[in-house]
Design a protein. Structure first.
Length: 62
């Protein structure tokens, strides 16, 4: 399985990073913000197995 190649300008990339950043800025715990980012990515890419999602988005988040 090859994950989609999502550029920084892709809707999924922007939604993932925005969800994570907004939660962190609001004072959410790191894990909560990361899990929200995973959920957003999984919604955009249901074809990617859920266990792969953390590895796909790991480089996207600060």
């Amino acid at each position: 399985m090859v994950e989609p190649n999502c550029p920084v300008t892709a809707a999924c990339h922007l939604a993932v990073t925005r969800a994570y950043s907004a939660l962190k800025e609001a004072g959410a715990d790191e894990r909560v913000a990361y899990e929200a980012a995973e959920t957003v990515y999984a919604w955009h890419h249901p074809e990617v197995p859920r266990q792969r999602v953390p590895f796909v988005i790991a480089d996207w988040l600060p």
